[in-house]
Design a protein around this ligand. Sequence first.
Ligand SMILES: [Mn+2]
Length: 363
Amino acid sequence: MTDVTSLADLSLLPVPDAGEGTGRVAPASGVAVGPQRDRAVEAIRSAVQGGESILLVAHVDPDGDSLGSALALGLALRTLGAHVSVSFDSDPFVVPRSLTFLPGQDMLVPPSLVPATPDLVVTLDAGSLPRLGALGRVATRARRMVVIDHHASNTRFGDVNLIDPDAASTSVMVTEVIDALEVELDHDLAVAIYTGLVTDTGSFRYGATTPDVHRLAARLLATGIRHDVITRTVWDTHRFSYLRLLGDLLGRARLEPENDLVWTWCAFSDLTGAGLTLDEIEGVIDIVRTTAEAEVAVVCKQDADDVWRVSVRSKGSVDVGAVCTALGGGGHRFAAGLSSSESLERTVEVLRGALLQAPRLPV
Ligand SMILES: [Mn+2]
């Protein structure tokens, strides 16, 4: 068993590969959401009315919630006449294959071409400044920064911090902002918002799926969106080489009953050998975590810089969000992640030790 004191030896990067909400999350602080929403709406409204430059930023290597939220807010602000652009840090700067259907992509600007000092930056679904990558510097130079996010681990790095750990997705929070701005929820907005919603609720399977979530889904469907196409594109479409790689990753998975853990890994050479990109193997954790014999599931994915991006899920009796946050990562209570520049063996060893030390929650 790993001694927790040895955690200090591990240089975990503060850039979590945070997973998305598989469960309701206890509020990270006593800050009420309503007044923060009013402040966020007011900051955005005054920037629009003043004709200021507005930059919306998704997190690095954006998922459906982050990019969907940014594009939805961008579309809404554009109908109000705003000068708005949307960006995220990704190398190369391309929209993930599964999200190329999202509307409003003409607003996308690569990090190298964003305004050097925007009047207003709004960050979407990013739990910390490093999650913005190179755009973190631009965000801190902005006259005003509004943070909209639902990660319990959010570090409140903006001037206005609209943080709601109870929200099923950031796109739910963006909808509330759009409603407050009195922009009509049209088809394109609904596509972007719904994409965030299905991404973060696992197609309405996770614990954060409340009656309000279903009411919002009904409202979005009423605009005529092809929800079946969205869900199939986001969740159920893979290149054939993914199936082969998935077979390898599942074949090498290790079950450690004594640690209540199941885990596997994907080396960068596995990924390049299959001709795939990191975003295309996001779903592997969703299969590994179905293992009946383990409470916690882990998938370690090596990126081009030899950094292990670690996705961690639990079924509800271990707060993996707290574990990952303590190790320099972040995320939600039952879906979180971290990054490690250590070896695979060392990374798993430290994580295993931290998981064993974590208190068991009543389920
Ligand atoms: Mn999210």
